[in-house]
Design a protein. Structure first.
Length: 291
């Protein structure tokens, strides 16, 4: 295994609420230094260097940083892109992130990258592919990563493994951890008629290293059908807050991120959402102490 330059992150990510850092907020985070526990970025946005990377260099001196990848394509049967891995490791060595995560999805083939995170057939063959790619990534990066459960709108007829069992098995075989995206569980449960709480109860508590929360929208069709779209473009809905409280009760407090990627609002709105997540974690800590 190739070790990281510093052996460990500069600043570990606390079990508190953080926000996803997006380009519109670079300057205000540096100038105003808001009271936020940690920040998460998509590493691909900084591979090109320049002004965005200079902003990130300044911000990471004041805040713990997590890297949340969107382009590694862990589900690709043709293997991982070595150039992508090199860029990611180079950024890790520079930023020293507290956590590094990726999606349980694929979005690259024959050198072409797609804008969407595409679902996998949940089969033993796909499981072997993902496990191999996670092991390659962890060996190359010199550290454990977290994998995030996807949101999905369709299921393959060939799938034979429940999603919660699939991601649990990946973690067991590769020793990676799980980024539990509560909004994604909610969206997929609504779209496929699943029991979201059963999904969460089926995950291994010891592997849960982070939570994500985001907004979604409901699209209705003329024939009466509807579908939940995971667009990260609004506040967290009440149903997701309730599911998050259930998850925190199951697994305990963990680093929790507010994601907002479309129609990005003022930083103060993100701070308000993070405060709600923090209140839920604090309430669980008080309940645990009382028990």
């Amino acid at each position: 295994m190739i070790p990281s330059v510093h052996g460990q992150s500069r600043s570990p990510i606390p079990a508190q609420a953080g926000i996803g850092l997006r380009f519109p907020h670079h300057a205000s985070v540096i100038e105003d230094q808001p009271r936020i526990a940690w920040l998460e970025v998509h590493p691909e946005n900084y591979f090109g260097g320049g002004t965005p990377l200079r902003y990130l260099d300044a911000i990471r001196r004041e805040y713990p940083i997590s890297l949340h990848g969107v382009g590694l394509s862990l589900g690709s049967a043709e293997g991982l892109d070595e150039q992508h891995l090199k860029r990611l490791r180079r950024l890790m060595e520079r930023i020293e992130p507290g956590l590094v995560s990726e999606h349980l999805a694929w979005n690259a083939v024959d050198g072409a990258h797609f804008a969407d995170l595409l679902p996998l057939p949940l089969t033993e063959e796909a499981l072997e592919v993902v496990c191999h790619n996670v092991e390659v990534a962890q060996d190359y990066l010199g550290r454990k990563i977290l994998i995030e459960n996807p949101s999905s709108y369709l299921r393959y007829r060939q799938s034979t493994i429940p999603e919660w069992q699939f991601i649990t098995e990946v973690a067991a075989r590769t020793d990676c951890d799980i980024l539990c995206d509560v909004n994604n569980v909610f969206v997929s449960a609504c779209n496929h008629g699943l029991d979201a709480r059963h999904y969460l109860r089926s995950l291994p508590a010891a592997r849960i290293g982070e939570f994500h929360l985001a907004g979604h929208r409901l699209r209705s069709f003329e024939d009466g059908r509807s579908i939940c779209i995971d667009d990260h473009g609004s506040r967290v809905c009440e149903g997701v807050w309730q599911l998050y409280a259930f998850a925190v009760g199951l697994f305990g407090p963990a680093p929790t991120l507010i994601e907002w990627d479309t129609d990005v609002p003022a930083l103060s709105i993100l701070m308000e959402e993070a405060a709600k997540a923090q209140q839920i974690m604090d309430a669980e800590r008080q309940h645990a102490r009382a028990a």
